[in-house]
Design a protein around this ligand. Structure first.
Ligand SMILES: NC(=O)c1ccc[n+]([C@@H]2O[C@H](COP(=O)([O-])OP(=O)(O)OC[C@H]3O[C@@H](n4cnc5c(N)ncnc54)[C@H](O)[C@@H]3O)[C@@H](O)[C@H]2O)c1
Length: 359
């Protein structure tokens, strides 16, 4: 089988971790008789430097013509001027919009090899296997008005949360479908005691739930969810949330796994095409030093193989290779423990490839 992958390495450690992910794909290509045509394009700060915009039309065309998109991360202090109208994150928003990606999936599993390096107790983490489905195209990130202005008593600012029932229903259907393939439990997060959008979210979710009587469904208020996630994370299977609640909860949930450098994500729409990226940013504090953990980017390729290409065997092979490397005690700085063997970004990538070849 042959697949076209659009590759946006982006800025900072994005370029370092995507380089390792692409090397892993080369090994997968040989082992599983697949063919990947990887076309690279600029997105984010590097595109602003080269073309004056975060994403050009030709870069969008590369994404449009691909079967899946692999992205590193964009942004950094160089492009951080708050007054600038051209900003690196416009690239990600542009790609999501162009490809109609409305559901961001973030699976969180706690590796048994890393359980002791977490700030949480091992007995809380043992067996955690959940996935957060975050709505990606609505809510406060897109609602209008969103502005500052001068009012009668001085500075004022306003943001708007807006959702249509269609946006809620498609996100909930995607979440129910996912729950059906897993442990058949879905938790919907809202703030229905306060917000009108949340009350509609809950109403529509209950309507959709009737189509999935085999899935156990519950509503949880977002403030309580923040607490439950660190008190009893293993009770959750699929968690569905609107854009901002999902954004905050996924960063909280990432700490269950120990580091952002371990967690992949998938952004999906109605079809098979998806955008796959590590959940972390460009890490300017370690960029260019060969210190980044490439595992989140490598595991993002596993998600791509599973969700966009239906290559489950290849996806599992990558996940097993990562697990084997961690079992052997190799760690990048972000997950280092006293007794471990500290390795660089490129060394970690090479170790995963070697495991993949050995299997
Ligand atoms: N999807 C994206 O492109 C995306 C997401 C988040 C942040 N950003 C951008 O990245 C820049 C930095 O943001 P930030 O510092 O808030 O978040 P960040 O995720 O880049 O870094 C947070 C901390 O985690 C560490 N870290 C992150 N990924 C790591 C990895 N793979 N290996 C080892 N350590 C890792 C960093 O060194 C840093 O200490 C900003 O410009 C921000 O806008 C981009």
């Amino acid at each position: 089988m042959a697949y076209k992958v659009a590759v946006f390495a982006g800025d900072g450690i994005g370029t370092e971790v995507i380089a390792e992910a692409l090397e892993v794909l080369k090994v997968v290509e040989k082992r599983f008789s697949l063919a990947f045509t990887c076309e690279k394009a600029l997105a984010g700060g590097c595109s602003i430097d080269a073309h004056g915009v975060a994403l050009t039309d030709s870069a969008l065309r590369v994404a449009n013509e691909s079967d899946a998109v692999l992205l590193g991360a964009v942004g950094g202090p160089k492009w951080d001027d708050p007054k600038s109208t051209v900003r690196p994150e416009q690239a990600i928003l542009g790609l999501r919009k162009e490809l109609s990606l409305f559901a961001n999936l973030r699976p969180i599993q706690v590796s048994r090899h890393l359980i002791n390096s977490s700030t949480l107790k091992p007995e809380v983490l043992q067996g955690v296997d959940l996935i957060v489905v975050r709505e990606l195209t609505g809510g406060v990130y897109y609602g209008k008005p969103s502005e500052r202005r001068m009012g009668a008593s001085g500075r004022e600012a306003v943001d708007t949360i807006f959702y249509t029932e269609g946006e809620v229903a498609r996100l909930m259907r995607a979440s129910f479908e996912l729950a059906r393939k897993r442990r058949k439990k879905l938790t919907s997060v809202d703030k229905a005691n306060i917000m009108a959008t949340s009350r509609m979210w809950r109403e529509v979710s209950h309507e959709v739930a009737k189509e999935y009587p085999d899935v156990q469904y519950e509503d949880v208020l977002v403030d309580a969810m923040a607490m439950h996630l660190i008190r009893r994370p293993k009770d959750f299977d699929v968690i569905a949330a609107e854009n901002m609640f999902g954004d905050i909860l996924t960063d909280e949930a990432s700490m269950l796994a120990g580091s952002m450098g371990l967690l992949p994500s998938a952004s999906l729409g109605e079809g098979k095409k998806g955008l796959y990226e590590p959940i972390h940013g460009t890490a300017p504090d370690i960029a260019g030093q060969n210190k980044a953990n490439p595992l989140a980017a490598i595991l993002s390729t596993a998600l791509m193989l599973r969700m966009s290409f239906d290559q489950e065997q290849a996806a599992q092979a990558i996940e097993k290779a990562v697990d084997d490397v961690l079992a052997s005690g190799y760690r990048t700085g972000d997950i280092a423990q006293p007794e471990c063997r500290l390795v660089s970004c490129t060394e970690m990538g090479k170790l995963v490839r070697e495991q993949l070849q050995k299997q």
